[in-house]
Design a protein around this ligand. Structure first.
Ligand SMILES: [Zn+2]
Length: 303
């Protein structure tokens, strides 16, 4: 297996994770956050299974592409021997049923979006992108249900679906094949077609003043207390972290929350809630970013 593009935690998920520890999310935002988290966890499980299967194929994860102002996001592409598998991963849990092409949750009888329609739409745009470059490759679009606790009633065997118990078998099928020179060219082309940022991602509104200060526990999200000169600790779950590591995490969080903000030492110190000294902040961050001092203010310059 040759991963040509690896998966990273989606920006919206990192942001919501941070916000969830520093403010009260609305019910809708909370649901959105949980869906993102569950989706990402399913995608990572899929990656692990592909990796364990040790198959001979090229892998592109989490591609964002566009054609004629229509944006598509593809969870995973596997290419081997002149065939492209476009994979949409769903981490649904529980019982669902299909009735006249509409999908419902059995627990609530509420209708959900038909994921096969989304799959079709994504496949069409991907085919258009390939046609534009006169790339002739067989494309198979598949919906993978990664959760072993998912059941779908009234699913036709002709649907392009792989359920969890079928996944290992499907991956095994790819294991004996060889890569073609053409496969690599297609990967290079798709990587070049990527767009940097989605226009369709919803992000909640917040301000610096509104957010809880402090360095939060990476395990449970509670606020850290100072344990010793060199350590921070969580009173809720007992997690202990070196101050330097805590500062670096807080710095990464600050950058996600306020990418456009002038990053002054004072502001970052306030963000950490006074649990670490300004001197410690400067000492640790100096290793990561360039510190610029002008008159009384010092701020970090990020290239
Ligand atoms: Zn904790």
């Amino acid at each position: 297996m040759d991963v040509q593009k690896s998966r990273r935690e989606p920006h919206a998920l990192s942001l919501l994770h941070s916000l969830s520890t520093r403010m009260n999310l609305s019910t809708d935002d909370e649901r959105y956050y949980n869906n993102l988290r569950q989706g990402y966890s399913g995608e990572c499980q899929f990656d692990q299974m592909v990796s364990d299967a040790n198959i001979n194929c090229l892998v592109l994860n989490d591609l964002l592409l566009e054609n004629n102002h229509t944006e598509i996001q593809i969870d995973s592409i596997l290419i081997n021997q002149g065939k492209l598998y476009m994979i949409e991963i769903k981490n649904y849990e529980g019982d669902y049923y299909i009735q006249v092409d509409r999908w419902y949750s059995r627990a609530t009888n509420n209708e959900i979006k038909n994921p096969l329609l989304q799959l079709k739409r994504t496949e069409t745009v991907l085919r258009q992108i390939l046609q534009k470059a006169k790339i002739n490759i067989e494309v198979e679009a598949l919906l993978v249900f990664i959760n072993p606790q998912f059941v779908l009633y009234h699913a036709s065997p002709t649907y392009p679906i792989i359920f969890y118990p079928q996944l290992t078998r499907f991956l095994k099928k790819l294991s004996g094949d060889h890569l073609l020179a053409k496969d690599k060219k297609i990967v290079e082309y798709l990587l070049l077609q990527q767009i940097p940022k989605s226009r369709n991602v919803y992000l909640p509104k917040y301000s610096f003043e509104q957010l809880k200060r402090g360095i939060m526990c990476p395990d449970c999200g509670s606020e850290f207390i100072r344990k010793t000169i060199t350590e921070l600790a969580c009173e809720t779950c007992g997690y202990v972290e070196r101050i330097d590591d805590g500062i670096i995490r807080a710095f990464q969080e600050f950058r996600i929350l306020f990418p456009d903000e002038t990053f002054t030492t004072q502001k970052f110190y306030e963000f950490c809630g006074g649990i670490v000294s300004k001197h410690s902040c400067i000492r640790v961050l100096k290793k990561k970013v360039k510190l610029v001092s002008c008159s009384k203010k010092s701020y970090f310059h990020i290239d």
